[in-house]
Every structure is written in C-alpha cells, then in structure tokens.
Design a protein around this ligand. Structure first.
Ligand SMILES: Nc1ncnc2c1ncn2[C@@H]1O[C@H](COP(=O)(O)OP(=O)(O)OP(=O)(O)O)[C@@H](O)[C@H]1O
Ligand SMILES: [Mg+2]
Length: 327
C-alpha cells in the first residue's frame, strides 16, 4: 500500500566526487511493511520519495529561487553532517523552519520538501509527521515526559535504521517562547517541555547525521529564541504575489475544469485579471476556496460549476478582499 513500505538499512557509504562530496546512503533491498502500529504522537509515517508529496510540492506557487534554496539548504546540512564535519566547525542541527501567515502553503511545502530531499538520498528516507497537540497536556509534567519519549526514544529508533525526515507542524506548540509565558496554563510545565525539546535536539544533532526536522509556524514571536537559533535555515513563506495569485487561480480553475470543462473559459475573461489584482493580500488557501464560494452565488453554478460566470467570480473576489482589509 502506498506509503506503507519500509526498508531495512544495512550500511552507509560516502564517496568523493572530485572536490564535491557525494553522500551515498545505501540500503539492502529487503522491503518490509511498517509492521508496528503508528507510535504515539506520530500522525503519518511513510517511505520517501512519495508521489503524493511531489504533487504537493508542484502545487505551491512560489518564486523558484525560494524552492531551490529550501532544497539546497536542507541537502547541504545533511551532506556536511554525513561527511563528519564537526559540530564545533558549523553547529548544524538539521532543522529547517518555514514561517508565514496561515494558508500560505507551509505544510504542503514541508511535505513536498521532504520528498524532494529524499529523492537525492540514495535509498530514500522515512517520513514521520508529529502531531504536536498529542504531546501537550495540562497534566503536570506530562508534556515534558511525552516530548522526551518522542525525541529521546521513538525518533532515535527510526534514525538508527536510516535517513529520517520529521515534520514538526505548528512547532510553537512544542518550542514555546519561555520568556512570554504567562502565569496561566501551567507555565512551569511548558518551560520544562521547551527545555526538553532543546536538549533533545542537541543530542539528536550530535548523534544522527541523517536526521532532518522540517518545522512550520504561523507565529515567529511565539517560538523560543533558543529554538530559532538552532534552526539552520528560517524561510519566510510570503503571501502570494501577483504572479503567484494568477497561477493559483488558473490552477484551481483548470483543476475544476477537469470535471466541469466549461469553467475554463473564465481564465481568458477580462474579469480574470481584475480578480488577480483585487485579491492582493489574500493567501493561497483562501484564493482556492474563493472559486467554490463564487459558485455558490447562483443556484445554476452551485449545481453545475461549469456555469460559473466571470461576474460571480469578480463578486467573490471583491467580498474576499474586503474581509482581508477589515482584518
Ligand atoms: N503559494 C501557493 N500556491 C498554491 N497553492 C497554495 C499556495 N499557498 C497555499 N496554497 C493552498 O492552500 C492550501 C493550504 O495550504 P497549507 O495547509 O500548506 O498552508 P499552511 O501555510 O500550512 O497553512 P496554516 O498556516 O494554516 O497551517 C493548500 O490547498 C495549498 O495548495
Ligand atoms: Mg500548516
């Protein structure tokens, strides 16, 4: 079944290729199912590269440079560490952080990036997605214990077997800024949990050179400074610019056009470009959803989206842009 195949890793080789280092992580060919149940706090586990994740990567419109930088930085971190570069020279932690407003594609990019990175690692990698809310608990000391179990035992077990890429979505839940903790909500416990995350990250970086964390967050201000300082790369994922908005709208209409071909005519309408301009400041998720809300303006297009008119589309864009301005 897709995403359920596992590999048993036998050994690791590093080759020199001229002045460049080429990391070759070889595996024996014994495939096996992930036999065990998903461990606690792991939302998803699969083998990478993964075609679904590759599609996600392609579905996010961003400046190409930004995507390239993400892949290159993540790969270089792994290469340096796998080649035994001492952490006293460059203290990499194997942590990449994506920060940006809601709905700008961070989680999709993180999954896609994981697959991209795995495709340059011979033999691929195991992907683990953490469910941060499953770790946090109001019970005294429980969060710290759960974090320690996950980072001190579950992840190392996978990392000992081969390259692992971990998605830490909404990382501010785990690496909460200790300076901003109010006296409510059990601050001592949160403090200890953040301490545990930092200590475990140092330990993991020391021990496992083929372990990479990709973290995402909406709130840079809520993340602990010491966690930020451990990130090898912090990328700001912006709201879509004009070109990206045009591509997102076109892609959404073309997607809808697979089922309702008549809708495609909207792309060449004069209103289409107005919609692109008006929606400045709108995130990618809202833009995609706007096409559905435009269909709801009239009964005919609600029943048959192929009947969506350029007028309804424009109306939906004006309404959406107004809500963004109010905020
Ligand atoms: N730049 C973009 N190009 C294309 N689609 C986008 C873009 N930004 C967001 N989307 C779409 O918006 C939806 C939400 O994306 P995703 O969940 O990755 O965003 P997010 O930044 O993680 O949001 P949140 O901060 O709320 O968790 C997806 O369907 C994605 O395809
Ligand atoms: Mg997200």
């Amino acid at each position: 079944m897709l995403g359920r195949l596992g590999y048993e890793y036998s050994h690791n080789r590093i080759l020199r290729n001229g002045s460049n280092f080429l990391v070759v992580m070889s595996i024996n060919s014994t495939k096996r199912e992930f036999s065990e149940e998903l461990p606690a706090a792991i939302l998803d586990r699969r083998r990478l590269p993964d075609t679904q994740f590759d599609l996600l990567w392609d579905s996010i419109f961003l400046e190409k440079d930004m995507k390239d930088q993400l892949v290159n930085q993540a790969v270089v971190g792994m290469t340096l560490r796998a080649n035994g570069l001492g952490r006293e020279v460059i203290p990499t932690h194997g942590v990449v952080l994506l920060i940006g407003p809601p709905g700008t594609g961070k989680t999709s990019l993180a999954r896609g990036l994981a697959s991209r990175i795995a495709s340059v690692i011979s033999g691929g990698a195991t992907f683990l997605e953490i469910e941060p809310h499953a770790l946090t608990s109001s019970a005294m000391g429980k969060t710290q214990r759960e974090v320690t179990k996950l980072l001190g035992s579950t992840i190392p077990e996978y990392a000992a077997a081969g390259p692992v890429i971990v998605l830490l979505d909404e990382v501010e839940t785990l690496a909460t800024d200790r300076q901003k903790l109010s006296m409510e909500a059990n601050p001592i416990d949160v403090h200890r949990a953040t301490d545990a995350v930092l200590a475990q990250l140092d330990h993991l970086a020391e021990k496992y050179s083929r372990l990479l964390f990709i973290a995402t967050s909406n709130f840079e201000g809520a993340i602990d400074e010491a966690f930020l300082s451990r990130c090898d790369l912090v990328i700001q994922v912006p709201l879509p610019n004009t070109e990206a908005r045009r591509s997102i709208l076109k892609d959404t209409i073309e997607g809808l056009g697979k089922q309702f071909p008549a809708v495609r005519k909207l792309i060449s309408s004069t209103e289409f470009e107005k919609v692109v301009q008006i929606s400045n400041g709108v995130d990618g998720r809202s833009l995609r959803k706007m096409i559905a809300s435009a269909c709801a303006y009239k009964k005919e297009s609600a029943i048959d989206p192929g009947k969506l008119t350029a007028e309804s589309l424009l109306k939906a864009a004006v309404a959406l842009a107004a809500t963004k301005r109010v905020k």
